[in-house]
Design a protein around this ligand. Structure first.
Ligand code: PLP
Length: 412
């Protein structure tokens, strides 16, 4: 193998883009001494940062209501509670998804029902018909790493059965599908601003919806059942109070997240420009294809997925790319849920809180690797190549050159 021609480029999107804009907004909060979103020391009108963040966020996505929360996991739990999902209910969710997708369903007492993915690496829309039961209340759809799921088919399949669609946009803020932002293809959508995401404030989350009732219930659940005047001015209260959790975003978090939100489209253009230098050069390589992207015009492009026909070639292919200083991975943070410890035990924090307590044998059918042949097969064949904010056009050309050289050696 040739020695690396270029140093390894530094990966990362939002975190790598932190600069003077984030500093200025954080300093503004500190100088006003108002880190809490609902009031300052003299109980003046609402401090501006979380409110401004919600306003610009809903305008950016093109939706009606946005509620800032403490994390993407909190956002999922709030969405679930807003939809009134609880014990006895089932929620269909990708078997291949982030931990929080599964745990947020368990946390409200409902049962996650795992679904296969397809060659988009997102939910297979046909799974809804296979898995729906009279107890199904929702389908949770993950837009995995910047590529939208097939929302038209998913929305149709779900709504004809009267179940909610919840979009988990945590990994894909900025991604579009058929000309609209993801998050507008569902009843309620969630986002994360954790460190690894497109836009980051270290931790943070958002819930969006077009439904006034879901908005009010989300606000109540995220603030201990309260519905403060700030929200009542947006949607007048109609729902009774109910016990909630505490998932309020601070003004400091909102300051960083707001500065980051304003950079998302620049990151989108950057990643798409670099991806378009790489992808066309990979066409026609034998034994290698790319992840199917349902709407290429809306793709974020911050991660390219090579799919090798032969899973045995994935490790040598990846090792050779790595030796050339090309950042790549076989597994990202996402995992098949059935391989996680909490699925293997089927436990919640207390025995009666487990939605699996009725099963005589565990893991039951639908919670074991052998029940997901397509997810197993697809996720053993890919190599993920990130594109970062600090990558240059030369980095992109070098990545394409390296893939072609390694392909020649490994698949040739
Ligand atoms: C990161 C992530 C979450 C959770 O977000 P946190 O802010 O880390 O709690 C949820 N779903 C998906 C798909 C994610 O990638």
């Amino acid at each position: 193998m040739p020695t690396p021609l270029r140093p390894r480029p530094k990966p990362g999107l939002g975190a790598a883009a932190i600069g003077a804009e984030e500093e200025a907004l954080v300093l503004d909060v500190l100088r006003r001494k108002e880190p809490f979103r609902y009031y300052g020391s003299d109980f003046k009108p609402t401090p501006p940062m979380a409110a401004q963040f919600e306003k610009e966020f809903r305008e950016y996505i093109g939706t009606d209501y946005a509620l800032a929360v403490t994390s993407g996991s909190a956002a999922l739990e709030v969405a679930m509670a807003a939809a009134g999902i609880g014990p006895g209910d089932e929620v269909i969710v990708n078997a291949w998804s982030w931990i929080a997708c599964f745990t947020s369903i368990v946390r409200v007492g409902a049962r996650p029902v795992l679904a296969e993915i397809n060659d988009t690496l997102n939910l297979d829309p046909h799974e809804i018909a296979r898995l729906v039961t009279p107890r199904t209340r929702a389908v949770m759809v993950i837009h995995y790493q910047g590529v939208a799921a097939e929302m038209e088919a998913i929305q149709l399949e779900a709504h004809r059965r009267g179940i909610y669609v919840i979009e988990d946009c945590a990994q894909s803020l900025g991604t579009r599908y058929r000309g609209r932002h993801i998050g507008t293809w569902s009843d309620i959508a969630t986002y994360s601003f954790q460190y690894n995401k497109v836009a980051t404030s270290g931790e943070g989350g958002m819930v969006t919806t077009r439904d006034q009732r879901l908005y009010e219930r989300a606000v109540r659940y995220h603030d201990l059942g309260n519905y403060r005047p700030y929200h009542a001015a947006i949607v007048p209260p109609r729902e009774p109070a109910f016990a909630g959790g505490q998932f309020r975003m601070s003004e400091l978090t909102a300051a960083v997240a707001l500065a980051q939100l304003r950079k998302v489209d620049k990151m989108w253009q950057h990643c798409r420009a670099l991806q378009s230098r790489i992808v066309p050069r990979l066409a026609g390589l034998k034994g290698l294809s790319l992840r199917r992207v349902p709407d290429p015009a809306g793709d974020f492009g911050f991660e390219i997925y090579l799919m090798l026909d032969d899973p045995a070639l994935v490790a040598p292919f990846r090792d050779k790319l790595d030796a050339l200083n090309v950042n790549c991975g076989q597994r990202t943070g996402t995992y098949p849920q059935y391989n996680r410890d909490y699925v293997k035990t089927g436990l919640a924090h207390a025995p009666a809180a487990s939605p699996f307590r009725e099963f005589k044998e565990w893991p039951a059918q639908g919670y074991r690797a052998e029940d997901f042949p397509r997810t197993e097969e697809l996720t053993k064949r890919f190599i993920a190549l990130p594109i970062g904010w600090l990558y240059t056009a030369e980095d992109a050309d070098y990545i394409a050159d390296s893939i072609i050289a390694v392909h020649c050696e490994v698949c040739g």
